[in-house]
Ligand binder design. Structure first.
Ligand code: GLU
Ligand code: MG
Length: 436
């Protein structure tokens, strides 16, 4: 009996998981019109598969409609089995976007960016991950030997990215035990988050094809380094680079500066969306090359927003190279939600004409709260409950999202926190390592 190939229609959910349903590939045309059935309470399934308190209960029906633009079919080394999936939007049965559809929320944020600025978002995700079960090899960080050890994975992944239409950029042995980093080339608009999602799945599949299990958990061991997500952003206007201005503060165009000012103003209130797990807050601590304050850094790898250096040797001109990265983010989040939160914060900065704060260049963990406050700096929330409170109590921020979103999101995350009740930090880290 021959096997019959299936495709999974899926989406990134509030838990930052990719969930969906499969159907035979010959149904794709039909499904891209009418979708597959979906259930509202699915939005309350935490990353641990517990179900948080749901306003929907057993009621309601939705459809998940796969978008052919995200259709990904990649044959890894085993020709018999292809990865085959497509991301999609969750809609009400009358076709309206569902209020908790992460992709629709991102699309609305990008529409807002277009409305307030005329800018198109360009961006790329840098993902760090670790391979489970590998010993720490002294001297391996950033090394050729460390790359050589996983060349098969790196090359399987690069081929998979190419075949999925994601531009391969770099791959390297990162600092931590079994830790690697992969960066995609830039994409535009919704495709930034789509490709970031697809890339993570291709890492998982390539790891599996080479005998490994990959985890993107924010941190495995508080004594060691974390796995960050660095989101690189820039803008186009009329197809031309619009982030750089020779005369602007830190060479940023006026709107790019206002966008970043918005991100910095609201980052503490959107952290619950960009770094949304309980252990995300073990990573967002000083001296870990992550981010612990709402600061702008020029070349500082501990800044919440870092202006990335431009390279005079490049054949790409300065204006097109110029981009900034957001470092207060990790892979427990849905890339769609993460980007939606950042874009909305940036839009608020543009709408309110916010001034870009001065960049910092020192160790902010040495400053007392009064000196920080005098410079408009705040320590980012130190725990998920604190981050959730900042989110839920900021009406400007909750107002960026559809009606009901903030309550459901908060309920979901409170359910995630409750599921860890009574566990030690080591047990909590071990559990997250398995789910992400
Ligand atoms: N692993 C660090 C993090 O958690 C980042 C290291 C780097 O600068 O690439 O964000
Ligand atoms: Mg890195």
């Amino acid at each position: 009996m021959p096997r019959e190939e299936m495709i999974v229609a899926c989406c990134t959910d509030l838990a930052g998981k990719v969930r969906g349903k499969a159907f035979p590939v010959d149904q794709f045309d039909k499904r891209q019109r009418r979708g597959i059935g979906w259930t509202p309470t699915n939005a309350l399934i935490t990353c641990f598969d517990t179900i948080a308190e749901s306003p929907f209960g057993a009621l309601g029906d939705l459809v998940l409609i796969p978008d052919p633009a995200t259709r990904t079919r990649v044959v890894l080394d085993d020709a018999a089995t292809a990865e085959n999936f497509a991301l999609g939007d969750i809609c009400h049965t009358d076709g309206r976007p569902w209020e908790l559809c992460t992709r629709s929320i991102l699309r609305a944020a990008l529409d807002r960016l277009d409305r307030v600025s005329g800018l198109t978002l360009k961006g790329a995700f840098e993902h760090e991950f670790q391979l489970l079960g590998l010993p720490a090899v002294p001297g391996d960080a950033y090394s050729l030997a460390g790359f050589r050890a996983e060349r098969a994975l790196a090359e399987t992944l690069t081929g998979a990215m190419r075949s999925a239409g994601i531009a391969p950029d770099t791959f390297m042995k990162e600092y931590g035990p079994g830790q690697y980093e992969v960066t995609m080339g830039p994409a535009l608009g919704t495709a930034i988050a789509d490709q970031a999602t697809i890339l993570k799945e291709l890492v998982r599949a390539s790891a599996r094809a080479t005998g490994h299990t990959a985890t993107f958990t924010p941190i495995r061991d508080p004594e060691s380094v974390g796995n960050g997500v660095h989101i690189h952003l820039s803008f186009l206007s009329g197809g031309r680079p619009a982030t750089w201005d020779a005369g602007g503060r830190y060479e940023l165009s006026r709107k790019a500066g206002q966008f970043i000012a918005g991100v910095l103003k609201y980052i503490d209130s959107i952290l619950a969306l960009t770094a949304p797990s309980v252990i995300s807050y073990l990573r967002l601590t000083p001296h870990r090359w992550s981010a612990a304050f709402n600061n702008l850094g020029l070349q500082d790898r501990e800044a919440a927003v870092r202006l990335c250096p431009v390279n005079d040797l490049s054949d790409i001109d300065r204006a097109a190279q110029f981009n900034f990265e957001i470092r207060a983010a990790d892979a427990a989040a849905s890339p769609h939600l993460q980007l939606a939160a950042l874009v909305n914060a940036g839009c608020q900065g543009i709408e309110d004409g916010l001034d870009l704060p001065a960049a910092t260049a020192e160790d902010l963990s040495l400053l007392d709260p009064a000196s920080l406050a005098a410079r408009g700096l705040v320590r980012l929330p130190r725990s998920l409950p604190e981050a959730l409170d900042r989110f839920a109590s900021n009406p400007t921020v909750t107002g960026w999202f559809p009606q009901g979103f903030a309550d459901v999101y908060t309920s979901h995350k409170r359910g995630e926190i409750a599921a860890l009740d009574g566990m030690s930090e080591t047990e909590v880290c071990a559990l997250y390592e398995r789910v992400y």
